[in-house]
Design a protein around this ligand. Sequence first.
Ligand SMILES: Cc1cc2nc3c(=O)[nH]c(=O)nc-3n(C[C@H](O)[C@H](O)[C@H](O)COP(=O)(O)OP(=O)(O)OC[C@H]3O[C@@H](n4cnc5c(N)ncnc54)[C@H](O)[C@@H]3O)c2cc1C
Length: 476
Amino acid sequence: MAKANTTKSTSEKTFDYDVIIIGTGPGGEGAAMELSKKNRKVAIIERYKDVGGGCTHWGTIPSKALRQSVSRLTEYNASPLFRGHNKAKRLTCAEILNHASSVISKQVQLRSGFYDRNQVELITGDASFIDTNTIQVIKKDGSIEKINAEKIVIATGSHPYRPDDIDFNHPRVYDSDTILSLKHEPRSIIIYGAGVIGSEYASIFRGLSVKVDLINTRERLLSFLDDEISDALSYHLWNNGVVIRHGEQIKRVETTEQSVIVYLESGKKMRADCLLFANGRTGNTADLKLENAGLKVDGRGQLKVNNKYQTHVDNIYAVGDVIGYPSLASAAYDQGRLAASAMIDHQSTAMLIADIPTGIYTIPEISSVGKTEQELTEAKIPYEVGRAQFKHLARAQITNSLVGSLKILFHRETKEILGIHCFGENAAEIIHIGQAIMQQTNGGNTIEYFVNTTFNYPTMAEAFRVAALNGLNRLF
Ligand SMILES: Cc1cc2nc3c(=O)[nH]c(=O)nc-3n(C[C@H](O)[C@H](O)[C@H](O)COP(=O)(O)OP(=O)(O)OC[C@H]3O[C@@H](n4cnc5c(N)ncnc54)[C@H](O)[C@@H]3O)c2cc1C
């Protein structure tokens, strides 16, 4: 059904649109699709030439496509069946970047179709506020369009933080956006920042046989993870040859034509063919002229919202990376949908699930949902642990995915599942089986579900049965 040409607010003021959304990443797309399906007249503004957001062009999709190529390469080289006595196969950065760009094109085509089919008007240009209801769009040809709407959604995402004293114009200095246009084949790389992005790129470059120095500003890798999983990641990166330096701060960076030298506050210095600076992100709010709408951001360029994703200006909502934690594509999409529901029904019908899973695409992969052992111990909750090692599963032996484990944390008395932590190939997929059961506690499901249910055999899902039996056997 075609949408009305003009819309009216409760005060009968006529607007061009019901809702204007700024940004076509998962946050903007989630809001646009939900609003359009509820027959709202929607415009979405994007300053990049293609839709999809940072998620499609510089973040989730390219990094996962790169990781997939490297992971398959590693698997091929590790398999005597495929590789035989041949020399190990090598891939260049250029080859895997090329593959990633073909995935990006497919994503853009798919996502553009969503806007067409749902009659969401896509406007290309730079958006900024004129007032709380009016947006100015500066188009590529310099022309200016002013449009207004009853409600506005800010879904402008984030960009890598760049300290002023590092020269990011130097051809050997990259951030997580520019690394995708790497033009040379580095033999060594220094990665500063060992968060999710830094750790994922450390795995990717090491898989391409590049020497990697990973500099962590904290005392352990990904300290929000369960300690055992964080330790397992450190061990596997170390075992694959990544040099990790914990508790370090960068002092300065020196560049030459062919290399970079990083000086650390501790007095250490290291040289490599290039630097990937991956330490922090800032909300994309600097160009929005938020002051015209009476909005302010914090020191990280992020906006505060309530549980309906509404800023302190009632008709303006914000979703995705621009509101900070958890800064995941998965969460941004749901936040967009929930903000749209809140606009339509005046209350959010569903809160974003408390237990958002973590998917970390290092090699090996990591995924977690719920509490860690440290959190349960600190809260004095009597829990027990059930473990399954991948190397004992038939499916893992068949696929040669022997590195990995699954751990289920559950309440000793009620047997409620409290946390699931998985390390190894396909962890991010495997976790969802447990997540589904974990969220059915009120429906009566506990860890016993996994021993009372028949799973396909041989599958990785068997890890849940093995871990559950292991854990239940510890009870007395
Ligand atoms: C290397 C990397 C790997 C990642 N891996 C994962 C992962 O595996 N899983 C996961 O869930 N998340 C991952 N993320 C995070 C994920 O990409 C982000 O959380 C997600 O993209 C945020 O979505 P968003 O809609 O808020 O913003 P974005 O996807 O960043 O989209 C914002 C859009 O707004 C546009 N915009 C900004 N300002 C304006 C303006 N003034 N006018 C018009 N348009 C504007 C931008 O051009 C952009 O297209 C990763 C991020 C990075 C950097």
